[in-house]
Design a protein around this ligand. Sequence first.
Ligand code: ASP
Length: 436
Amino acid sequence: MGSIVCKFGGTSVADAAQIRKIQSILRADPRRRYVVVSAPGKRSKDDKKVTDLLYLCHELASAGLPISEAFHLIRERFLGIAKELGVRADLERRIQEVEQGIQGKASRDWVASRGEYLSAVLVAEYLQARFVDTEKLIKIREDGRVDESTYGLLGGALQGEGMFVVPGFYGSTLDGRVKTFSRGGSDITGAIVARAAGSEVYENWTDVSGFLMTDPRIVKDPRPMRRVTYREIRELAYMGANVFHEEAIFPVYAARIPINIRNTNAPADPGTLIVNERSLEDGVVVGIAGKQGFSIIFIEKMLMNKEVGFGRRLFSILEAHGISFEHAPSGIDTMSVIVADSELKDKSHILLEEMQKELSPDSVEILPGYALIATVGEGMSHHPGIAGRLFGALGQAGVNVRIIDQGSSEINIIVGVESKDYEKAVNAIYQAFCGK
Ligand code: ASP
């Protein structure tokens, strides 16, 4: 029998009632033998995440201030859940050790990791499963990437019958110091466990029934995505659609293990399946994502196309100021570079000056106030008429398209529009491709 990894996010372990739901989800399928948990998250909008409280305690301790008030909330949180579930698991002693660690100036990563550690101890005891600490099993390089040795180490520890509970979010450096992934990193742990255990599916249980085709703050009740490919999800995540940590794709992508995003509060919903390939019956376009806050550097120079090294000199100026750019669609005598305002900061003036000096253009300007919208779907390049439909819809909605970039991936058409047209444009594209 194959196995399934189930990762439960912060809201799924937020209180005793949620952890009871986990138990019934696990009971519903005997293949669900590997459980990865986050630290308890928010129970309501104004609640605090345990991880945030731990970071706060670390900050207080570093400043030589008392942590007792903030730590009290953490202690009460865990002990309250344990009491309601009837779990003992010498939790009090372990909580005490965490408090002493923080007071003893333990590292920031160690402190942050204790939320997942205590959560996994508690859940393992409740489920009568084996607790497997990842501290010595998941090896994280200094640049944040997972070291290959992890798969052998973790795979070895996950051998045998029964159920295993693994804390998310952390491992250790090659020289043995506890290190966390970036925020939301328990998703990465889930993917690593799925690959190490050779599971057939990686189920990622959260508080939504999968991905929606676009942002529900812009389009009313968008349809859920049933199937989406790893490549499509990368493109959408890059453009700001996030439910799932984007780095969590890589471990399972290499092993072609599908990821199923599911809802702990609605376990009968099928959720979204992230796969290597999908049939185009679900639609050529899978999702629409967008971001605001871009500027366009627009340069014009007659006979630019004959001037060898023009692009290099332009990009060197950006590089010298540590500015990364998003896209650079160009014409015969024009070049435009799209840069996020967060990159540009207050450097517009100096950039203009240097570009005048180095490139002697006929004109150069930096125009703020743009939004980028990505329409993503595999097979777009093999389907005639997609671009026609996209631009037709935008034209009909009266949206002026300022930038078009199909990129080299051919699964993504990006349009740049003025910020004032952003919501109108997303709605028009959604209706054209995904509307009922
Ligand atoms: N607890 C960590 C965070 O809040 C990691 C996670 O939940 O994935 O970022």
